[in-house]
Design a protein around this ligand. Structure first.
Ligand code: INI
Length: 156
């Protein structure tokens, strides 16, 4: 039978950084709260969760890069909200933010979970920040936990 390798959802002793964009903090506060709550529920110690705030999604890649380079955490959760309807330069902000954090993940070999909402409307963002479409901050935190455990196994 095939050898199946899957990361567990035990946050254990791992260290996490939640890096949050303040722009649209009506939404990002909820996403960050969801991420914090998910980490705690999966067993992360309070002292192993660091939260860093940046002005907007554009600034996320640099902060994620700086935290990753310090090697002071095992996984990062990037949180932001870019809404097309009110952002003429939506494509640039959303594109650079998402591409930038993905590049950091690959460059440093550290999981960077994508909790950046890119939506057409504020209503769609609200739906994904703790209402009818769940909370994408929770989903990102759970993905970070799974990936950190998966990588630990793959690197054994
Ligand atoms: N930043 C966001 O995170 N979301 C947005 O929707 C947004 N809009 O609408 O412009 C936004 N802009 C700010 C940007 O991220 C930078 O903080 C700013 O340009 C300063 O560098």
């Amino acid at each position: 039978m095939a050898n199946k390798i899957v990361g567990s959802l035990d946050a254990g002793p791992h260290r996490f950084a939640i890096i949050v964009s303040r722009f649209s903090d009506l939404i990002t506060e909820r996403l960050a709260a969801g991420a914090r709550d998910a980490l705690r529920r999966h067993g992360a110690g309070e002292g192993n969760i660091t939260e860093v705030w940046v002005p907007g999604a554009w600034e996320l890649p640099l902060a994620v890069e700086t935290v990753a380079a310090q090697k002071s955490c095992d996984a990062i959760i990037a949180i932001g909200c870019v809404i097309r309807g009110s952002t003429p330069h939506f494509e640039y902000v959303a594109g650079e933010a998402t591409k930038g954090v993905a590049q950091v993940s690959q460059r440093h070999g550290i999981p960077v979970a994508l909790g950046i909402l890119t939506t057409d409307t504020l209503e769609q963002a609200i739906e994904r920040a703790g209402s009818k479409a769940g909370n994408k901050g929770v989903d990102a935190a759970v993905a970070a936990i799974e990936m950190v455990n998966l990588l630990a196994q793959l690197r054994k």
